[in-house]
Design a binder for this molecule. Structure first.
Ligand SMILES: Nc1ncnc2c1ncn2[C@@H]1O[C@H](COP(=O)(O)OP(=O)(O)OP(=O)(O)O)[C@@H](O)[C@H]1O
Ligand SMILES: [Mg+2]
Length: 380
């Protein structure tokens, strides 16, 4: 079978004959790269962190301080989101059980074809689940005050209104824009309340704030200096867990491109770059497009949204597109009165004034991001 996938494999196996068997099978093919075989189960999590395998294979009968079943459990509970293939013998039959972290089972003796096939299927399954089921969209701009928080909140609520289970992450970690927008008390849990080493789905559910508008919000810490306690790795783990629970994740971000903001953007499928008709914003947006391209973001990861699109301040739409070297994907009109009063009440305008032009614009963005319309929604 032609197989385009390259799989990085880590093996936990303490029987030399079995490791040799796996090495022999893999030596005659190029789809699977064997990173390492560890005979000590207690070293596996550290190796997973360092080597970043796509799949870990664990011998059910692994002996030592951390035995096979215990290791499988630890990997599942680590929040690292690495699929485990369990290797066993006919005397110890075992069924596939993703809830227990067992994505597939291989019973000895198996052929090279079975081995590669199993690993490939596990990986393709995982990719289909993570990329297909959940859309992660961050709302970003290198300039402050362009409407990121307003758009992120209303976009998330629009998605929820369309029946899409949606989480909103307050990625403005220092100031917690959503905490103040929604007037959430400071003792409500934040991203900091997620355990760092062992994040599980149940932990996440306890930490998210349920907004009456139908979305779940992962708040930023209640105090500015606490933002420093969050690492890019925490963000990566949080997004990967939320992906399993929701169909859409919207991320509000701050204007500064810090390590943590970059982790939020890295973890997103789409970066919705908010632009306004303002020369500094346009200048910074162009500078940033170069950064995105140099760090390897594919061009279609970035979508441009012009906010307050009817307040052009003398700059034409065509001129803006020429400067960006790109089409604008979306536009949202200005509505100062509605936006200010809705924001002051912590109420999404897509709920309080669903027929307003601005609400229709935001809904159009939601539909396009879900692939339910032709895509771009810019009036010409
Ligand atoms: N389409 C719009 N029409 C009218 N006013 C708007 C619109 N979008 C945003 N605003 C107003 O602009 C101001 C800034 O909005 P918001 O806080 O959402 O921006 P931000 O990009 O998140 O800012 P920051 O960089 O500080 O996080 C708010 O007062 C908001 O009411
Ligand atoms: Mg903001």
């Amino acid at each position: 079978m032609a197989n385009p996938v390259s799989i990085r494999l880590l093996v936990a196996e303490d029987v030399p004959q079995v490791s040799q068997h796996v090495r022999n099978l893999l030596s005659v093919q190029s789809h699977v790269q064997l990173l390492e075989v560890l005979s000590d189960g207690s070293k596996v999590l550290e190796a997973v962190n360092q080597l970043r395998p796509d799949v870990v294979m664990v011998d059910l009968l692994l002996q030592g301080k951390v035995k096979g079943p215990q290791l499988i459990e630890r990997i599942r509970d680590s929040g690292l989101d690495i699929p485990v293939v369990v290797l066993t013998v006919p005397q110890h039959p075992l069924a596939r059980d993703p809830n227990r972290g067992i994505e597939a089972v291989l019973t000895l003796p198996f052929s090279g074809f079975e081995l590669v096939n199993t690993l490939t299927h596990v990986l393709l399954d995982r990719q289909a689940r993570t990329s297909g089921a959940c859309r992660v969209i961050s709302v970003f701009s290198p300039k402050g005050g362009v409407g990121k928080t307003t758009i992120a909140f209303n976009l998330a609520v629009s998605l929820a209104q369309m029946g899409v289970s949606t989480a909103l992450i307050d990625g403005s970690l220092q100031y917690g824009d959503l905490r103040s927008l929604l007037k959430v008390p400071s003792d409500v849990p934040s991203i900091l309340d997620l355990p760092t080493d062992k994040v599980q789905e149940s932990d996440l559910r306890d930490v998210l704030w349920r907004d009456p508008a139908g979305i779940d919000i992962l708040l930023a810490p209640p105090r500015v200096e606490m933002a420093e306690m969050i690492t890019p790795r925490d963000i990566e783990k949080t997004i990967s867990l939320l992906r399993r629970l929701y169909e859409a994740i919207i991320i509000d971000t701050p204007a500064a491109l810090s390590e943590t903001t970059l982790a939020l953007l890295d973890g997103s499928d789409t970066v919705l770059s908010v632009v306004t008709y303002d020369s500094t914003t346009i200048h910074n947006t162009i500078a940033l497009a170069e950064v995105f391209s140099s760090i390897g973001y594919p061009p279609d990861k970035i979508r441009y949204l012009i906010n307050r699109s009817d307040s052009s301040g003398g700059i034409g739409k065509d001129e803006l597109m020429r400067a960006l070297g790109r089409r604008l994907d979306f536009e949202v009109v200005s509505d100062g009165r509605l936006v200010v009063s809705a924001n002051n009440e912590g109420m999404p305008f897509v709920v309080s004034a669903p027929d307003a032009a601005i609400s229709r614009d935001v809904r159009r963005v939601a539909e396009a991001l879900l692939g339910r319309t032709a895509g771009a929604s810019v009036r010409h």
